[in-house]
Design a protein around this ligand. Structure first.
Ligand code: SD4
Length: 320
C-alpha cells in the first residue's frame, strides 16, 4: 500500500514533511498525524492553531481538536481547552476511551491535567497585538471580527492501509467564549474510515456543520466517486444550498483522501492552500482556485509565493 498525507493550508508542510519520514518507514498513520499536527501547534507564527493561536473576544485562547482512527472508528475530541500545549495529543489520548471521549471547557482541562499533558500559556504577545489591532479596526472601520482563521486538518494512509484523521484550531478569531466550531465535531470537521477514505474541512464552522461535509464526502467516495469528484460535489452542493436557503455561504474548503492514496480538494474561496506528501510525491504546497463550473483547480505554489508567505507571517503587526 502506498502511503499518503494531505492537509489543509501551507502551514502543514513542515509537519507532514517530518511525519512522512515515519510513514516511509512503515509507521502508523495516526502517529504521523499527531506528530505533524503537533509541529503546527508548536509554531508560534501560525496564528490559528495551538501556541500563538488568536484569542476569543475575552482575549483567551480556547482550542478545539480531534483525532479519528479509520480502522476502529474511535474518536477523541476536545472543545475550548485552555493553556495546554498540544490539543491533538489530548484528543488522540481521548480516542482510547470507550465513554467520555468528547470533552469541553473545564472538563477537558481537568482531563488533560490528570493525564499529565504539558501546560503552557498559549497566548503570545504577538497574538495579543493582533487582538488589540482587530479591536481598533473593528471599532474604526466596522470590519468583521471573525475574519482570519485557518484550521489544520489532515488525513493519512500508511503502508498497512490504516487511515487516520486529525484537526486542531483556535477557531474563529474573536469568537464568543465557549463557542465551538466544526473542527472537533465528527462528520463536520473530519471523518475517516479505512475501508473508504477520509476528509477534513476548514472554513466557517457554523456553515460547515450545516452540511456534515466531511462525512458527506466519505459517503460519496463510498458510492464510488474519486476524492476530487466527491470534494467538488459536496462543496458545490453545500455552497449552493446555503445561498439558496440563507442568502449566503461561509468559507468552505476541504481536503479528501481515499484508501487507494488518491486525493482531492475543493473550495468556495480564493486563497485556499493545501499540502501533500506521498510515496510518489515530495512534500508540496498547492494554491487552490475557487470552484468553477463544478470543478476545483490548483497549482503548485511558486518559490516567490512561498517566500512571500514566510515574510508575511513574520511581519511586524503595526497599528494605523
Ligand atoms: C471553526 N472551522 O472553528 C474552524 C475555523 C477554521 O479556517 O477552519 N478556519 O469554525
Amino acid at each position: 500500500m502506498k502511503w499518503t498525507m494531505i492537509a489543509t493550508w501551507r502551514m502543514a508542510i513542515e509537519g507532514i514533511t517530518e511525519a512522512s519520514k515515519d510513514l516511509e518507514k512503515g509507521c502508523f498513520s495516526g502517529n504521523a498525524i499527531e506528530k505533524a499536527i503537533k509541529m503546527v501547534e508548536d509554531f508560534p507564527y501560525y496564528k490559528s492553531v495551538g501556541y500563538g493561536g488568536l484569542p476569543n473576544e475575552k482575549c483567551q485562547v480556547e482550542l478545539d481538536a480531534a483525532y479519528m482512527d479509520g480502522d476502529t472508528l474511535s474518536i477523541g475530541a476536545i472543545g475550548g481547552i485552555t493553556d495546554f500545549k498540544n490539543p491533538i495529543s489530548i484528543a488522540k489520548k481521548l480516542s482510547e476511551e470507550r465513554f467520555n471521549c468528547f470533552l469541553v471547557g473545564l472538563g477537558a482541562n481537568e482531563y488533560a491535567q490528570k493525564e499529565g499533558f504539558e501546560r503552557v500559556n498559549m497566548l503570545t504577545d504577538r497574538a495579543k497585538r493582533h487582538y488589540q489591532k482587530r479591536i481598533r479596526e473593528t471599532i474604526d472601520k466596522g470590519l468583521s471580527p471573525y475574519a482570519g482563521h485557518d484550521t489544520v486538518g489532515m488525513i493519512a494512509i500508511d503502508k498497512n492501509g490504516k487511515m487516520a484523521a486529525g484537526t486542531s484550531t483556535s477557531g474563529l478569531f474573536m469568537k464568543k467564549k465557549g463557542r465551538v466550531g466544526d473542527s472537533p465535531v465528527s462528520g463536520s470537521g473530519f471523518y475517516v474510515d479505512s475501508e473508504i477514505g477520509g476528509a477534513s474541512a476548514t472554513g466557517l464552522g457554523e456553515d460547515l456543520m450545516k452540511g456534515c461535509i466531511s462525512y458527506e464526502i466519505v459517503r460519496l467516495m463510498k458510492e464510488g466517486l474519486h476524492p476530487q469528484q466527491a470534494a467538488d460535489k459536496a462543496v458545490l452542493e453545500l455552497n449552493e444550498k446555503l445561498i439558496k436557503r440563507r442568502g449566503k455561504s461561509g468559507d468552505i474548503s476541504i481536503v479528501a483522501l481515499n484508501n487507494k492514496g488518491e486525493w482531492g480538494v475543493a473550495t468556495n474561496i480564493e486563497g485556499f492552500t493545501f499540502s501533500v506528501v506521498s510515496e510518489d510525491e515530495h512534500p508540496t504546497v498547492y494554491l487552490c482556485n475557487k470552484i468553477n463550473n463544478g470543478q476545483t483547480t490548483y497549482d503548485v505554489a511558486t518559490k516567490e509565493w512561498l517566500e512571500a508567505y514566510e515574510k508575511r507571517i513574520k511581519s511586524p503587526i503595526t497599528f494605523d
